[in-house]
Design a protein around this ligand. Sequence first.
Ligand SMILES: [Cu+2]
Length: 525
Amino acid sequence: MTTDLATSPTRPGRPPAPRRRRLLRRLLVGALALGLVGILGLAGLAVWFWSQADMSNVGQLGFVNQLKIPPLLEPHLDGAGRKVFDLQLQQGTSDFLVGKRTQTWGANGAYLGPTLRAARGDQVAVNVANDLPEATTIHWHGMHLPAAADGGPHQLIPPGSTWSPSWTIDQPAATLWYHPHPHGATEDHVYRGVAGLFLLDDPEAGALPLPDRYGVDDIPVIIQDKRFDRDGNLDFGQSPFSPIGRLGDQILVNGTHDPHLNIRHQRVRLRLLNASTARVYNLGFADNRPFEPVGTDGGLLERPHRTTRVPLSPGKRAEIVAAFQPGERVVLRSFPPDLSLDSVQGRFAGADDTFDLLQVRAGATLTTSPPVPDRLARHRQLDQAEVGRTRRMELNGSSRINDLRMDPGRIDQTVTVGTTEVWEVANRSGNSHNFHVHGVQFKVNDQTDAGPPPALIGWKDTVFIPPGGTVQLLVQLPGYSDPALPYMFHCHLLQHEDNGMMGQFVVVQPGEPPPGSLPSHQHHG
Ligand SMILES: [Cu+2]
């Protein structure tokens, strides 16, 4: 009982007005207190979200697991002399975390897929059998190929069926990759684990004294962030305040949690792939040692350079060569990336995050490796005089290009086979984006005296564009025409892509009229 109720009957002569005032005052104080508690609660919640948004695993790892190396998939030769690869997309369980099982998807296994490898001039075919419970596609990211073989949303593979594209490898040595691309479900399917590398070789690259023994001194490094629930299963919850999509607080490298890599050579090539759905990494070594980037999305650079950091947005690759001393241990780390967002947005997009990725353990004695040569690849020169038209594209919000959401039945751009164009892509939103074009490698056009910064040099198929930023891409369009089937261009932050930040272009012969619209539900199995 309160004092008030207990004492009031003993003061019967008390006038009612002050009592009402007192009651009013109590109500007011109560409401104020409640409001204060509410404000403090909200502030506390905000502080909690703020502190939770800053993620790091530094100091939490023991690097206890040996890094898995995805196996090289052996092709067989068919009667036509083609290298035929067999991929089977399947469900399975993985044991990433000690004592826990995780439901995952993979190719020829429970998680990720084998590495495919072919050389320039090879004719390849891949049989992709879908044993998953959902229709999906497999897109050959970075590959020059006909639209029908591209594996975009129009090449849907229903459950229980097989898709068998074939094409001729016609581009320089590079680290490419494959991943699902079904319209509206790409983030989900990639997050579940379907992805793998597709390495291309050519004689010029093969003759260079670069580390090239797969899994020995030429190491695939597939980087993915994940969030696990208490049972060890993948957490599919969205990050409510993240402007770029789902971010995980744990790292897998080649599907290995808490990994180390034993090396026996002085110099090692790391083929870094950001196979995450949204997270941008800023890669370097924990001791800030310099290393030499030698390759980008589309292959080797013309010359190596020395740096201590390589930024890598989703879908992108970087090949680096690093040198090690006998017996040392050094950690490959992702430092806070520059997302060019304001401090609040940036924090919720991972701009303050630091992650240890992989501990490199050098043997007591190391085989000497030759230094990285001064000249690497000779790049095909894109003549400014041959550049045809300029196309402008605007990225709007987090789901539109040129103010339109993706419509599988609408062709957004019609281009002429094999021509070179400037694609000027302007980020008109307050959000970061990550522009990817199918079927081509492009260069970032920079006419300033200083030339493009190191991060923008080389062949690319994906480029990070900060809010307000504009890039000019020098694009040599595909050498394959098909007025009936489009290639895609889209944001490679997969949530943005799934939300509709994607458009379609078809390649036609010179003078061929642009096609009419496609049927909305056209699927080519
Ligand atoms: Cu985006």
